[in-house]
Design a protein around this ligand. Structure first.
Ligand code: DOR
Length: 445
């Protein structure tokens, strides 16, 4: 690795301001953000006309490794990250075996150290019986609870269990919020054969709102940090707008860019949990991001093979891949004037680092790790299934033209993506989480 790399004359998205300047990387960290253009370096990257952003941190991916590696593995998933400017990911526990013990967590971390192109962290999953593991766990961003069931059969909706988890653990908690009883009752009320449109009738607004309210109630009573995954409804945005710093939330690209009208075009490729909602909900999610009711973005990257997805509903699995297109989709929105690069740095880098207490990540600032992405805001390209690095090789955005693409990605000062090519060696490091007891969203200015 070059000891000193100078990224010369980029438009750099710094905390609170965007400035045309040069950034010096030394020993894997950002050494200076106002380096003189003639500073000596082993490598100089000419970046005039390009924008430099902090690398994206995606706090919700499913990389299927171990156990479901015909859909994705840590290598292919993290390569897709590198190509998309995602420099760190947090992965969910619904693998085989599930990440529900300290031992399984350590095994996954070990596996990742030999496979990941970008930085990694893994949630520990809650079950109805693993409270002692959740209490003991370290080296994790937090605890994931499936308050509603989804891929992988990890449901915990017994009130006594949930009370105990919120009362007796200290790690931040996050949850998949769709109310199981509502989902089951909705499904039972429909007469087969079902069509894909029924997915949004089964996993309806009420299912999402009921579970989100239930989780927020638990968090507030137990004074426990809680993060709402993949918000999908306008009503949840209204509820989140009234919360304090204890509660944070995220939105996903599929809920921001697709709605129930897309089933006609995409069929089961647009099936995910929580389900797609209406254009009205979609608009509310964008407003929630702008107002701060929703603080961050994440993909819920959940790959399944095309063959699996093509099964007739409801045999088809829920989930869509997204890590590689996450940043391009959002850069395209910046070009359209819907948001700014400063917004993206907050929603996709600094915000997730703050929510999960990730040490030295998420900002372009001296001392922070040199996890960076250089983007060309003028570059236009059509999304094609065949260009995707993820194993499943399809995307719901096939055929979409996007303007604004990553051209180079660094992880810890090393290039992992450039000239259209992704590194093959494992460059990623284990993320470090510094969870202050009782501290939360407000702890970093
Ligand atoms: O659509 C989804 N798929 N939602 C989830 O919560 C899980 C995911 C998966 O693992 O396939």
């Amino acid at each position: 690795m070059p000891q000193r790399t100078l990224i010369r004359d980029a438009t750099v998205v710094l905390p609170g301001e965007t400035a045309r300047t040069s950034v010096l990387i030394e020993g894997g960290r950002i050494a200076r953000v106002d380096a003189a253009p003639h500073t000596r370096a082993d490598e100089v990257v000419e970046a005039a006309g390009l924008h430099l952003l902090p690398g994206v941190i995606d706090d919700q991916v499913h990389f299927r490794d171990p156990g479901l590696t015909h859909k994705e593995d840590l290598r292919t998933g993290s390569r897709a990250c590198a190509a998309g400017g995602v420099t760190s990911f947090l992965e969910m526990p619904n693998t085989v075996p599930q990440t529900v013990t300290v031992e399984a967590l350590a095994a996954k971390l070990d596996r990742a150290s030999r496979r990941c192109i970008v930085n990694y962290g893994f949630y520990i999953g809650a079950t109805t019986e693993n409270l002692d593991e959740l209490v003991r766990a370290t080296r994790t961003p937090g605890i994931k609870i499936f308050i509603g069931s989804s891929t992988g059969n990890m449901l915990v909706d017994d009130q006594e269990c949930l009370e105990a988890i919120f009362a007796e653990t200290t790690l931040p908690i996050t949850a998949h919020c769709e109310d199981e009883a509502t989902v089951r009752a909705n499904a039972a009320a429909l007469t087969p054969p079902l069509a894909i449109e029924d997915h949004s009738r089964i996993r309806d607004h009420r299912a999402a709102v009921t579970a989100t309210l239930r989780a927020i109630d638990l968090a507030m009573r137990h004074r426990h940090r809680f993060h709402v995954l993949h918000v999908s409804t306008a009503d949840e945005v209204a509820i989140l707008a009234k919360q304090n710093d204890l509660i944070t939330a995220e939105a996903c690209p599929h809920h921001l860019f697709l709605d129930t009208s897309d089933y006609a075009r995409l069929g089961t490729l647009a099936q995910m949990n929580p389900s797609l909602k209406t254009a009205h909900d979609r608009a509310a999610l964008w407003r929630g991001l702008a107002s701060g009711a929703i603080q961050i973005l994440a993909t819920d990257h959940a790959p399944h093979t095309l063959e699996e997805k093509r099964a007739p509903y409801p045999a088809s699995p829920s989930g869509v891949p997204a890590v590689e297109l996450f940043l391009p989709l959002m850069l395209n929105e910046v070009n359209r004037g819907r948001c700014t690069l400063q917004d993206l740095a907050g929603w996709m880098s600094d915000g997730p680092a703050r929510i999960w207490d990730i040490v030295d990540k998420g900002r372009i600032e001296p001392g922070y790790d040199a996890d960076l992405v250089l983007v060309d805001m003028a570059k236009e390209r059509q999304v094609r299934n065949e260009d995707q690095h993820c194993m499943c090789g399809w995307t719901p955005w096939h055929g979409t033209r996007l303007q604004g693409w990553p051209v180079r990605t660094w992880v810890g000062g090393r290039t992992v993506f450039a000239d259209g090519r992704v590194a093959t060696e494992p460059r990623g490091r284990e993320l470090v989480f510094d969870h202050p007891r009782g501290g939360y969203w407000a702890t970093r200015d």
